[in-house]
Design a protein. Structure first.
Length: 98
């Protein structure tokens, strides 16, 4: 039996929700794979989250988020994918916090 990473499963499920919520995809849904990853600080501010909230939604430590925002490190591929989903649907972050 193959064990799957729960974060990858969550991201896959969230992506399906974003991409299939309407029969006809919107421009933001079509372009989700074509856009560059938003800057973490800009995305965090756009979603109205504090650093600790953003870290919780992203599944990383506060120090990781601060390191991304200071451009000392880059988010992982999984984190970048989640950031694209948050960019396409900024309210998703608040829903994940509840």
């Amino acid at each position: 039996m193959e064990l799957k990473d729960p974060m990858i499963e969550l991201l896959s499920s969230l992506e399906q929700i974003v991409l299939t919520r309407d029969a006809k995809p919107s421009v933001s849904e079509i372009s989700i794979n074509q856009t560059t990853v938003p800057e973490p600080q800009r995305l965090r501010e756009m979603t109205g989250m504090q650093v600790d909230e953003f870290a919780r939604v992203m599944g990383v430590s506060v120090s990781s988020v601060k390191s991304w925002e200071a451009q000392r490190t880059r988010p992982s591929a999984t984190a970048r994918k989640l950031m694209k989903l948050l960019q396409a649907n900024p309210y998703l972050g608040r829903q994940l916090l509840e």
